[in-house]
Design a binder for this molecule. Structure first.
Ligand SMILES: Nc1ncnc2c1ncn2[C@@H]1O[C@H](COP(=O)(O)OP(=O)(O)OP(=O)(O)O)[C@@H](O)[C@H]1O
Ligand SMILES: [Mg+2]
Length: 369
């Protein structure tokens, strides 16, 4: 998540003179820094000049009794009483100018910071909206998958079953002395059977029935064995915590992420062992999927080339306020980590019974060595 500190909070206070007691005192009496500097710029040279004039006057006129126009009096008085204070005035004028410029710069900086803070607030709001939208899209997608799966099951399934029964009836009533017709009917029967099997696979793929009927752990176990056993990949599943309290959204997200991780292992890893750990502890639900395959071909900057698969995993986790990371596993292979915040649900989750009727700690095999 982006750093949400408002930038203007880090801006130093504009008026640093507040730390001088006299300045603070004057400020409290309505004389701001601009006026304070003005007073100093005019007051200091005047006071200096006055001191010099009074002193010179006292020394030359009153004590030495020299005429006003004598050289030493004029030279010293003009130098220390006029040129000197004027130089001080000029320096203070320059300081005032610099100060004013600094104040303008700071004001500009403050406005920029405020604009930045507003932009950041808008960005945060958009980020939140995006998360909510993503969440909505994912749940609509799951709902749609369920609907399509139901339609295929109820409509197409019924039709195929009817077709199959009719074919069987035909094969019974067609006379045995028509072998060609029987052969043709057998072929059609075979095709219908294969279509039914494929429809069933599509139904299960769209909405894993094990997830609905038995819960996350059995569904993941079935998925792992169904897809990896036939490839000779050794599978380990370790579960810790009461997954029954997991929300339906988290269970579906975890299942889909594990599914994609398995697909990646099959497609890219050439692994011999796969270990999956699911752990529900405190306010976190975490999943670890490790393989001992060839490992990700990391790009030069250390980032993984992201296809739709890893991106989808990350978006799913982010939609629930969690995270997915893909990292190298030592000595070889890949490790996918998922975590999502856990808020226990007291009632049956909305998207189905997604509950595991297994003991709290179920370990099948050993973790990946
Ligand atoms: N378990 C793994 N072992 C080795 N490489 C992996 C593994 N998982 C991912 N990768 C690498 O990471 C890349 C990105 O994976 P990702 O799932 O995002 O895309 P993909 O599998 O190539 O395509 P798709 O968008 O269809 O999923 C893969 O192309 C692959 O090179
Ligand atoms: Mg993939």
């Amino acid at each position: 998540m982006a750093d949400q500190t408002a930038p203007h909070e880090t801006l130093p206070p504009l008026d640093k003179t507040q730390r001088f007691p006299l300045s603070r005192w004057l400020h409290r009496r309505g004389i701001d820094l601009e006026r304070q500097l003005f007073l100093v710029q005019w007051g200091l040279p005047l006071v200096l000049s006055a001191i010099v004039f009074i002193d010179e006057f006292r020394e030359h006129i009153l004590i030495k009794r020299e005429p006003l126009t004598t050289g030493p009096f004029m030279a010293e008085t003009l130098f220390f009483g006029v040129v000197g204070p004027f130089a001080v005035w000029l320096v203070l004028m320059w300081i005032r100018g610099e100060w004013r410029q600094r104040e303008r710069d700071q004001e500009q900086l403050r406005r920029t910071y405020e604009e930045l803070a507003r932009a950041q607030e808008r960005l945060n709001a958009l980020h939140q909206q995006r998360g909510e939208l993503l969440n909505r899209i994912l749940s609509v997608q799951e709902e749609e998958r369920r609907r399509v799966s139901r339609e295929i099951h109820d409509e197409l399934g019924q039709l195929l079953t009817g077709l199959s029964l009719n074919l069987r009836h035909c094969r019974e009533v067609v006379p045995q002395d028509l072998p060609e017709v029987h052969e043709q009917l057998a072929r059609i029967s075979d095709l219908v059977q294969r279509t039914m099997e494929q429809a069933h696979e599509i139904i299960v793929d769209l909405r894993p029935t094990a997830l609905d009927d038995y819960g996350l752990e059995p569904a993941v176990r079935e998925e792992l064995h169904k897809r990896l056993d036939s490839l000779g990949i050794d599978v380990t599943l370790q579960v810790e915590g009461d997954l029954e309290t997991l929300s339906a959204d988290s269970a579906v997200a975890a299942f889909r992420i594990i599914q994609e991780a398995i697909t990646n292992i099959i497609r890219h890893a050439h692994a011999r062992h796969v270990a999956v750990q699911m752990k529900l502890a405190g306010d976190r639900f975490s999943v670890l999927i490790e393989d001992d395959g060839v490992g990700v071909n990391w790009a030069r900057n250390g980032a993984v080339h992201q296809g739709v698969g890893i991106l989808g995993m990350k978006e799913r986790a982010a939609a629930l306020g969690g995270e997915v990371t893909v990292e190298a596993r030592q000595p070889r292979g890949t490790r996918v980590r998922l975590w999502v915040p856990h808020h226990p649900v007291s009632e049956t989750p909305a998207s189905g019974p997604v509950r595991a009727n297994e003991p709290n700690l179920a370990v099948e095999g050993e973790p990946l060595a």
